[in-house]
Design a protein around this ligand. Sequence first.
Ligand SMILES: [Zn+2]
Length: 199
Amino acid sequence: MMGKTHMAVGAAAYAVVVPPPDKPSITELVAWLTGLAVCIIAAIAADVDDPKTYAGKLIMPFIPRWLRPTAFAVVGILAIWHGYNQSNQILMLIGFGFFGAAISRHRNSPTHSPAGLLCACVVVYIYSPMLLIPILTGYSSHLIIDAITEGIPWAWPLPGWFKIPLFKTGGFFDVIVFRYGAVLVFLNQIIGNDISAFF
Ligand SMILES: [Zn+2]
């Protein structure tokens, strides 16, 4: 599916899994919106395996599309090098992720597998346990809707491809049904709840 569809579906999934708080205080509202933002980023994070996608653009906005794979490789090597020197495993893991993204074929990499989901959850959980639900929700939504379009390497690092080809990326169902359907689900979760007073 396309980046914008992933973002819309991620937002809708979050609003369903973590319904907007009723009559929220400012602190509760900020916490909910932070979770929403993390979930939307998680919903496109898997596509960093293709530096040319929306996710690649978000990470390196000023680097032209054709140069991003090289930039990813350089950032990856630097992160591995610094992570190794400082015995920082998380930095090394991120470095391997960037390097892997630069050299692997789109949707054939760990980011589109349950192994990638697990890694993302572990890294985020170490950083802040509160962000586990948003990252799990957003990342899973990406894998599920990619599985019903292009397929995912579900058993990575073992060979194996899981695909139920129900819809086409960029097609009617992607752009109209999933994207706008997700926006409607999201709005439905907001409207009728006192959180709507804030918008
Ligand atoms: Zn994808």
